[in-house]
Write a protein that binds this ligand. Structure first.
Ligand code: GP9
Ligand code: MN
Length: 634
């Protein structure tokens, strides 16, 4: 080769620069790829300096780390890293186009769904996407040409100075990443482990930092899982085998067999809304009428944890408690469930979920198939003719749902989740369409909440009318409930003012944290009295099983129509309600609700142990994917 034999003195320096240029280019190119990816996530990518620094920090660590590899494999390793990271970016692109969601390592292994997207890859990929890999042949060409015209090696041995300088650069790279993790978690606590909206996380902290957080979650859940013994599995299995159902009225048993099931989960519908009047006007006249024509349960407590809406959905469909940490929908979408949609599909039903948000929000696009829904009609499928707040307006959602249900094969199980009445309840369209004098709460969170409930009620009224017209009202069990509470503790005083009662103490406040549940049974008269006993959404699958005559074997709930219910309502933090007593084992307290009379905790200690046991069984089921074992006959 040209210069061998009499190497000029500057060749060594020249050589240094070529390798440096190579890694600098690699650094810049990777960052650029993610810059463009972030524009696909949102054309208004936030890109605050801390997020940009974090992305740069990650790429710096990667490039510097790979630059320390053995000289002979350095080029190959660097280009492999480049290829893999480009593949990650393109996978994100395809996910964004297909699910409106980022790719997550948590969903790796959901084979059926990987297959589903694989079929569509050719349809989703655009010719410009190949540009994400275009740098790789250019780098190869650069190395090839450089080697052709230089005798000195392109990649150098690592000396001590370079080694320590590289370590220093890695430290420099790590600092902004740690800072961004910390600052984002501080601003939105729990966001990185819950990941309820991956695109929003990505928009806030950058795609690379999102992937790092996601990889951390996936690794944590995969590698730090405790082993489970056969004895533990049998213990959990026995619990469900021995779970007894209490006596319930015979005339309701199987009364609604073969009917359609329509479950409506209403965003932020809190119990105090039912029959509420403000300035002489009923806030939710249609809901109140529906409640009067149904079995109405006024003692239902929200059992959701950090998964909010998705936890309510999870509880209602699986009969399991939410995840102890993180969110069941994002952590355990790969599990095998015998959930309501699956059980009903096995009985010849068609199960479909309808929701006006992006399919990827809360990982629904993954979780629904796992629970056995064969169809998910999301914002991607609805005609988005009206957008309010987070997605399709309830008006349009209900209107379109009517005709979808009309055209669905019978019997069906339809799970509808509303969206417009989402915190902070102040989306423009709500006010345009709703008349309600909320004085003296106009313009406040409470005033807006009442207006959004009135908005929901108007649209719900039209939905019920639509069902009546197409005959579905008389051929379907319709259950309606609120997913979780609406008024945050900081706004306690508004609720006190609205209801004219004192809510200063925790037990008074807790009593108000109820959500309504109404079940309309076709062909059956409404129950005369509301059912006031404490219960939870976890009891819904067993209740449907009783009314519609099917078996539901893997839920922790019990039938809500049982005569002498004594089951505790269990919350994810281990506290529970039994009768009218709120028990908090962590502080060893037992108090009557809502008056707050102190009771002897010791009396409730055995039940606290039972509650703890059930929650630990729940964790084992989720962590170790035990549902298939629970239903296996052996
Ligand atoms: C969005 C909606 C979110 O799809 O369900 O509700 P949230 O979990 O924030 O209450
Ligand atoms: Mn919600």
């Amino acid at each position: 080769m040209g210069f061998s034999g009499h190497r000029p003195y500057y060749a060594k320096k020249d050589n240094d620069r070529r390798e440096l240029i190579f890694f600098l280019l690699l650094f810049a190119v990777i960052l650029t790829k993610f810059y463009f990816l972030e524009l696909e996530v949102s054309s208004h990518a936030t890109r605050n300096p801390a997020s940009v620094a974090s992305s740069a920090g990650i790429v710096l660590c990667l490039t510097v780390a790979v630059s320390l590899f053995w000289r002979k494999v350095r080029a190959f390793s660097a280009l492999t890293v480049d290829f893999l990271i480009s593949l990650l970016a393109v996978t994100d692109l395809l996910h964004l186009r297909y699910y409106s969601d980022m790719f997550t390592f948590m969903n790796i292994g959901l084979s059926a769904q990987v297959g589903e997207i694989a079929d569509s890859v050719t349809a989703l990929i655009h010719p410009f996407d190949f540009l994400y890999f275009a740098d790789i042949p250019l780098f190869i060409f650069f190395i090839y040409i450089s080697r052709k015209f230089r005798s000195v090696p392109f990649f150098k041995k690592i000396g001590a100075i370079r080694f320590f300088a590289s370590l220093l650069l890695i430290v420099v790279g790590v600092i902004p990443v740690v800072y961004r993790f910390w600052s984002y978690e501080k601003k939105v606590p729990g966001v990185l482990s819950s990941m309820w909206d991956r695109t929003a996380v990505c928009n806030n902290i950058g795609a690379l930092t999102y992937h790092l957080a996601d990889a951390k979650n996936a690794a944590g859940h995969t590698f730090f899982k405790e082993k489970i013994s056969d004895v533990q599995i049998s213990e959990v299995k026995n619990f469900f085998k021995e779970k007894k159902s209490g006596r319930a009225p015979d005339h309701l048993q199987g009364f609604a067999k073969g009917k359609n099931l329509i479950v409506i989960q209403v965003e932020s519908l809190q119990q105090f809304i039912v029959d509420l009047r403000i300035n002489g006007t009923e806030v939710t006249p249609n809901l109140n009428r529906f409640v009067r024509g149904s079995a109405y349960f006024s003692g239902i407590y929200s059992q959701t944890a950090s998964g909010n809406s998705s936890d309510a959905e999870f509880i209602v469909n699986t009969g399991l408690y939410p995840s102890a940490s993180g969110v069941a929908y994002t952590r355990f979408a790969g599990n095998r469930y015998k959930a309501l949609p699956k059980v009903l599909e096995d009985k010849g039903y068609v199960s479909l979920a309808l929701h006006g948000d992006r399919p990827g929000f809360w990982n629904r696009h993954r979780m629904y198939p796992s629970m056995g829904f064969s169809r998910f009609i999301s914002k991607k499928d609805f005609v988005v003719d009206e957008n309010i707040g987070m997605g399709l307006s309830d008006a349009s959602f209900f209107r379109q749902s009517i005709s979808i249900l009309d055209n669905t094969q019978k019997p069906f199980y339809a799970f509808l989740i509303t969206l417009t009445s989402h915190y902070p309840y102040n989306f423009d369209g709500i006010f345009k369409e709703t008349e309600l004098n909320t004085s003296p709460f106009e313009g406040t969170l409470m005033g807006n909440y009442l207006t959004s409930m009135k908005y929901f009620d108007d649209k719900f009224g039209s939905f019920i009318e639509g069902l009546r017209k197409n005959g579905l009202l008389d051929s379907s069990v319709i259950a309606l409930y609120g997913d979780h509470t609406a008024i945050p503790a900081w706004d306690r005083s508004s609720l006190e003012k609205l209801l004219g009662r004192n809510l200063k103490n925790d037990w008074e406040w807790k009593y108000l944290q109820r959500i309504p549940l109404a079940i309309k049974i076709p062909g059956h008269q409404a129950l005369q009295e509301e059912i006031k006993g404490p219960a939870g959404l976890i009891d819904l699958p067993d209740t449907f099983a009783y009314l519609m005559d099917f078996e539901f074997r893997t839920g922790f709930g019990t039938n809500l129509f049982e005569n002498d219910r004594s089951e505790p309502v269990i919350f994810r933090n281990g506290s529970f309600i039994t009768g009218n007593v709120l028990v908090e084992p962590l502080s060893r307290s037992a108090r009557e609700m809502p008056e707050g009379k102190v009771l002897d905790y010791e009396k409730y200690a055995p039940m606290s142990e039972e509650v703890k046991k059930r929650l630990s069984y729940n964790d084992l089921i989720l962590e170790h994917d035990l549902v298939p074992f629970l239903v296996r006959e052996d």
